[in-house]
Design a protein around this ligand. Structure first.
Ligand SMILES: NC(=O)c1ccc[n+]([C@@H]2O[C@H](COP(=O)([O-])OP(=O)(O)OC[C@H]3O[C@@H](n4cnc5c(N)ncnc54)[C@H](O)[C@@H]3O)[C@@H](O)[C@H]2O)c1
Length: 429
């Protein structure tokens, strides 16, 4: 079903946003662009600038703006559904409380940093019977829909193996996983959960059967003190070798500003997007630190070997040490193979020895933006599920998401212990 064939509803669905940071704003912006589909009617956010900006954009009255999700919960049910876009450790408590109040839920990934909390959230959601989606946006891209259609059509026969690369990119790694919010496991989660739960989830989705066994290797090798160049300072603004450093915060953030690029990740660094404002943030804030002098501990490269049901094998590589780009995947079947790069799907047919190139259908302006159209696709599906009362529009519900989170936890156990781990099956899928 496309947007054009959405059944008419009496009113747009109403949404409360918890956490008006980067992700909360992305989803809220979708609502602003689709006023016939969704309206943001309440917000909880401690940072004044972010709360006010979102409240103004969506005309939210003061009695529906809160400085913490706890106050929003205490105010009773204010909307059909809530978007939980707080930090990783702050998903389960608000989501559980909101589910008990009857809110349908869109919850950012990861559901929670621990297996126990993921299970607790899924239990709460199932007991309350609310609609629930995890923001596994890659499942909702036009590209994934195209790939899935090709695989489901049987064009490459039975899938035997798959290899998948997530080239995080040197600058994205430095921003988010060395200097930024996801640099420490104790404050957020492992790299595999924070970044690549999307990939493990996506692989399971496109292969179409559960992951049964995993092993994994990976470590933090480069972004450590021992690799700090001679003459380097604690901050890039004071550094005598800054101009020869690929990871220079000056090069990255002031460079963006000077090129007139004020979007992500620059807007995470400072609300004041002037030369003075960004320079001050680099002088005082976390994003001006030398990448070799941070308090990071998450891995900068990792592989996971996977065995799916039926003996299908897979490998996944996450690396910081790349140009930032689309994920790349090869899928090997008994009748053909597929090589795909987030935009194009190249299919080689063993019978004809011909290669066919399939391109992503356009969903208009949304198709190329926000995770390849996944952010918009997710909002479209979630609000459609709410409007029609049909949870089948959601591709990343509680059990599907729990299953792939459990595969990530198993891979992390394997990496730490040097073992091959069974992935605990999720019943009733
Ligand atoms: N689906 C994806 O592709 C994707 C991409 C990036 C991040 N994420 C996930 O989205 C979540 C949010 O990430 P982000 O990049 O938007 O981070 P962010 O820091 O920009 O946003 C989180 C917001 O929560 C607010 N907050 C803190 N305490 C709060 C409270 N008590 N009540 C209400 N709000 C509170 C913070 O002030 C902040 O504005 C994280 O779990 C992250 O892992 C998902």
């Amino acid at each position: 079903m496309t947007e054009k064939t959405l059944p008419p509803t009496d009113r747009p669905v109403t949404l409360a946003v918890l956490g008006a940071g980067n992700r909360g704003s992305v989803y809220a912006n979708w609502a602003a662009e689709h006023p016939d589909r969704a309206r943001i009617v309440a917000v909880a956010e401690p940072r004044d600038h972010h709360r006010k900006t979102l409240a103004e954009r969506h005309n939210i009255p003061p009695e529906r703006t809160f400085t913490s999700w706890k106050d929003l919960v205490a105010a009773g049910k204010l909307a059909d559904a809530a978007i939980v876009a707080t930090q990783d450790v702050d998903h389960v408590e608000p989501a559980t409380a909101l589910a008990r109040q009857g809110y349908h839920l869109l919850v950012e990934k990861p559901m929670a940093p621990t297996e126990e909390d993921c299970r607790a959230l899924v239990d709460a959601v199932r007991q309350t019977n609310v609609m629930f989606a995890v923001c596994h946006v890659l499942r909702y891209t036009p590209y994934t829909r195209l790939l899935k259609r090709v695989l489901d059509s049987g064009r490459i026969g039975t899938i035997m193996s798959v290899q998948h690369l997530e080239p995080v990119g040197y600058s994205h790694q430095a921003h988010s996983y060395v200097r930024g919010n996801w640099r420490r496991e104790d404050e957020s989660s492992s790299m595999l959960l924070a970044k690549s739960c999307h990939d493990i989830d996506w692989l399971r989705y496109v292969v179409g059967v559960p992951i049964e066994r995993v092993s994994s290797f990976g470590r933090l090798s480069h972004f450590v003190r021992a690799n700090q160049p001679a003459g380097a300072a604690e901050r890039c603004l004071d550094c005598s070798v800054e101009s020869s450093c690929a990871y220079s915060a000056k090069k990255h953030y002031l460079g963006m500003l000077r090129r007139g690029q004020t979007g992500w990740p620059l807007h995470v660094v400072s609300n004041d997007l002037t030369e003075d404002g960004v320079t001050r943030a680099l002088r005082e804030g976390p994003y001006g630190r030398c990448v070799y002098r941070c308090d990071n501990d998450v891995v900068d490269h990792q592989v996971v070997a996977l065995e799916f049901a039926g003996g299908i094998t897979g490998t996944f590589t996450m690396t910081a040490f790349s140009e930032q780009g689309h994920r790349r995947t090869q899928i090997f079947g008994t009748q053909g193979s597929i090589d795909c790069d987030g935009e194009k799907v190249r299919l080689f047919d063993f019978l004809t020895d011909q290669t066919e190139e399939l391109t992503v259908e356009s969903l208009g302006a949304d198709a190329g933006s926000g995770h390849g159209g996944g952010d918009a696709g997710l909002m479209d599906s979630f609000t459609r599920a709410l409007a029609t009362g049909d949870p089948a529009h959601i591709n990343s519900g509680a059990l599907e998401s729990l299953e792939t989170h459990l595969a990530v936890f198993a891979a992390e156990r394997a990496r730490h212990a040097g073992t091959v781990e069974q992935v605990v099956p999720v019943p009733a899928l």
